[in-house]
Design a protein around this ligand. Structure first.
Ligand code: NAP
Ligand code: F7E
Length: 330
């Protein structure tokens, strides 16, 4: 019989990639969609008609219990969250309710529907829990044993989600795993994140639709990988006999300036400075200066390794946006 998976955050970047991966593996895929009118629904129904959608919200416990009863999943992937760090400073309580307490709501829905011994659970933890203060082992990268020091309401809420997942593993013997994922990007990345904002603007500049791009702090460094590679790691975590925590990262870190270098080179521009303006509106009250991950455990235990490298990622994103922008009128 086909395995059944329930994905929260199905309309997000990772939800898109993971649904495709599980469908290809023969799973029956259920996805939670929120809101009485969700504009992403039409696109999703067109591009991924195999997904069975269930209306629910991470802040509404009863809706999650109903989702469990409808989907009867073998595996639950909790990807839903307020995931934008800048937005979380402006909406900290909503972030706590969704990104933090929402995790508890999903775990309780599994228990209330009798799945605590049978359902395998994945929690989308994040490198933002480390906070980028390089006081652990400078230069070596964060691993599963590094100290946490979140620097945003998002990071703090995710840390609650991380620990409550471990707590349910230890208290109730649940097969509950946390993937501590470093930044991952790609063609389905939201336009509000810096990589997609850049790849989209570069395409528009090339096509004469836009003159420049406004950005915040250009100095932070990120360990950027490709989302398609990372969902494979999520799935592998739930196939292990024992649950656990795993860092997924590339082991390389790059500045936003380096991303701009490669992205503009794709359209034949060597010096991007005339096309970039700095706008303090995109800066954050506290910044995560550097993120670098050490994925050794995932490579050894899960046999996972990223396939797309940094230049390949930038190329993939700019190429995709050039195609989309050439097709769209605005
Ligand atoms: P994303 O594109 O921002 O997607 C977030 C998803 O959460 C969307 O489907 C959104 O639905 C849904 N959502 C938000 N509030 C909800 C609520 N109250 N009830 C139900 N659904 C809700 O995020 P992503 O990049 O795919 O990331 C997936 C997960 O991994 C997130 O938890 C994120 O925090 C975490 N993570 C991401 C990265 C990364 O680099 N991408 C790294 C580490 C961890 P709508 O479409 O309706 O808004
Ligand atoms: O910012 C700087 C910004 O919003 C990256 C989420 O998926 O990864 C993501 O969080 C850097 C930051 O991603 C702009 O200040 C400059 O230093 O693309 P981002 P993020 O904050 O790293 C982690 C791992 C997650 O878990 C999150 O869910 O870029 N930056 N100028 C800018 N950032 C944005 N968004 N927009 C700018 O104009």
């Amino acid at each position: 019989m086909a395995k059944r998976a329930l994905i929260t955050g199905i309309t997000g970047q990772d939800g898109h990639h993971l649904a495709d991966l599980l469908h290809d593996k023969g799973y029956e895929v259920y996805g939670i969609i929120r809101g009485q009118y969700n504009p992403k629904r039409t696109l999703l129904e067109r591009e991924q008609p195999f997904i069975k959608l269930i209306e629910a919200d991470l802040t509404d416990q009863s809706s999650l219990v109903r989702a469990m009863e409808v989907a009867k999943p073998d595996e639950v992937y909790n990807l839903a969250a307020i995931s934008h760090v800048g937005y979380s400073f402006k909406n900290p309580q909503l972030t706590a309710d969704t990104t933090g307490k929402g995790v508890l709501n999903v775990l309780e829905a599994i228990r209330l529907s009798g799945g605590e011994k049978t359902v395998r659970f994945y929690q989308a933890s994040t490198s933002e829990m480390f906070g980028g203060l390089d006081y652990n082992r400078p230069g070596e990268g964060y691993d599963e044993n590094s100290l946490f020091h979140p620097r945003s309401p998002y990071g703090v809420a995710k840390l609650y989600g991380h620990w409550i997942t471990k707590n349910y593993r230890e208290s109730y013997g649940m097969h509950a795993s946390c993937g501590i994922l470093f930044n991952h990007e790609g063609e389905h990345r939201g336009i509000e994140f810096v990589t997609r904002k850049i790849s989209n603007a570069v395409a528009r500049i090339k096509l004469g639709k836009q003159d420049y791009i406004e950005l915040g702090n250009l100095d932070p460094k990120r360990d950027w990988g490709y989302a398609g590679d990372y969902v494979e790691g999520m799935w592998r975590m739930l196939q292990q006999d024992e649950p656990g925590d795993y860092v997924l990262a590339t082991g390389e870190t790059h500045t936003i300036g380096e991303f701009l270098d490669l992205a503009f080179k794709e359209i034949g521009v060597d010096d991007w400075k005339p096309y970039v303006k700095q706008n303090p509106a995109f800066m954050r009250p506290a910044e995560v200066d550097i993120l670098l991950g050490n994925p050794t455990k995932a490579e050894k235990v899960l046999g996972w390794k990223r396939k797309v490298d940094f230049p390949g990622l930038v190329k993939l994103m700019v190429t995709n946006d050039l195609k989309l922008e050439a097709q769209s009128k605005d």
